[in-house]
Design a protein around this ligand. Structure first.
Ligand code: SAM
Length: 367
């Protein structure tokens, strides 16, 4: 029996297996254009389920408060909602600017050509700092070159497409898409395509993919960057919450894994590099969702903050607090709380670790 099912008098619905792509409706067709990227905790493979679970709720506007890869925001945008995306990380925010807030701006070929031209005496920070750690010197010089040209770009959305394409290029070119350990940048010459292509080749491909993903859903969609507790709670019919959970083992630190992507999204401006770390990590910001001591209070305050909206919380069985506790907390602010569940396997980490990643995925709905 599901923990707390009877005690909490909560309706638990058994899974139906329907994935994005199973049907060819307009929402599913739009989702095919989403630029896929590995992202810890990404709900990409759960989109069909989330879509189905929210389809019967009445809402015109939605806040995706922990947008990550932006894929859930993109789903709601495809479904015609007015979307506000938020994440505390700048690189996640940049993806949302390119994919969610941007209704029509693409990056033309002439701009792409301009970005590839070296700037005389241009910046060399990336090559100077990261030589020999993740990428070849040519790859690093390419990143410096693009950033050298990018300072002259004024259009927010064009900049977002450029930076998103750099982010995608770096994530694809890096084994497992994470930046926790240094590798030998020269050793991937015979590896699979993603590791073989240069950052420039990935970038050129990425621009096409991001351009093709731009669409207008007739709404004023927004991308915010900040802490969930700083978001104005007014004006969202529905709030989708997908925070990091305190894991039973390992950790859930996004900055440890993605520090390079965060850096490349702003040319490390304002970020503190921890110089004594081998991979030149940046200092991680505090989030109360990462620690047992602070997580329960954080969920309590978050539910209270958004109590005027319908709530949808994503949760995995391997997290803390447990399902029973989360349902209890949501019931403090919502009269009707229901739980949907389905088995899921997060494809993240090594093959051996993937076994541990078989979880039950829940959606906790509060109305
Ligand atoms: C589980 S991921 C979200 C995944 C996303 N739904 C997707 O499908 O790609 C959690 C996100 O919460 C962000 N985050 C962590 N603490 C935060 C906070 N206090 N406020 C806002 N965002 C936060 C992280 O940067 C991370 O992107």
């Amino acid at each position: 029996m599901l923990a707390g099912q009877n005690e909490l008098n909560t309706r638990v619905q058994r899974p139906r297996t329907k994935r994005v792509g199973d049907t060819a409706g307009p929402v599913e067709q739009t989702l095919q254009r989403f630029p896929r990227m590995r992202y810890m905790g990404s709900k990409f493979r759960l989109l069909g389920w989330i879509h189905e679970a929210t389809a019967n709720l009445e809402f015109g506007s939605v806040l995706d408060a922990f947008s990550g890869s932006s894929v859930v925001s993109y789903l709601f945008k495809a479904a015609g909602k007015r979307v506000t995306s938020n994440d505390s990380l700048n690189f996640s925010h940049t993806l949302a600017q390119a994919l969610v807030a941007n209704a029509s701006v693409e990056l033309p070929a002439a701009d792409v050509q301009r970005l590839l031209v070296p700037v005389p005496d241009g910046p060399t920070f990336i090559r100077d700092t990261f030589s020999g750690i993740f990428f070849t010197d040519d790859d690093l010089a390419f990143l410096d070159r693009v950033w050298g040209q990018l300072t002259a770009f004024r259009s927010l959305h064009k900049r977002a497409i450029v930076i998103s394409s750099l982010i995608r290029a770096c994530a694809k070119r890096q084994p497992r898409g994470v930046f926790t350990v240094a590798g030998d940048p020269e050793r991937y010459k015979d590896a699979r395509r993603d590791l073989r292509l240069s950052l420039e080749e990935h970038f050129l491909e990425g621009v096409q993919i991001f351009n093709a993903a731009v669409f207008d859903n007739g709404q004023e969609n927004r991308a915010l960057r900040g802490d969930v507790f700083d978001i104005d709670p007014v004006g969202h019919d529905l709030v989708y919450l997908d925070p990091p959970y305190v894991p039973r083992s390992d950790d859930n630190c996004y900055v440890k894994r993605y520090h390079f992507l965060e850096g490349v999204s702003c040319y490390w401006k304002g970020l503190e590099i921890l110089q004594d770390t081998r991979v030149k990590k940046i200092r991680k910001p505090f989030t109360p969702f990462a620690y047992r001591k602070t997580a329960v209070d954080a969920f309590t305050r978050m539910f209270e903050r958004f109590e005027k909206s319908a709530l949808v919380l994503s949760y995995s069985s391997n997290g803390y607090p447990d399902l029973e506790e989360l349902v209890r907390l949501m019931k403090r602010v919502k009269q009707r709380v229901s739980v949907l569940e389905r088995p899921h396997r997060y494809h993240f980490g090594t093959h051996a670790a993937a076994k541990r990643n078989a979880v039950t995925e829940y959606l906790i709905l509060g109305q």
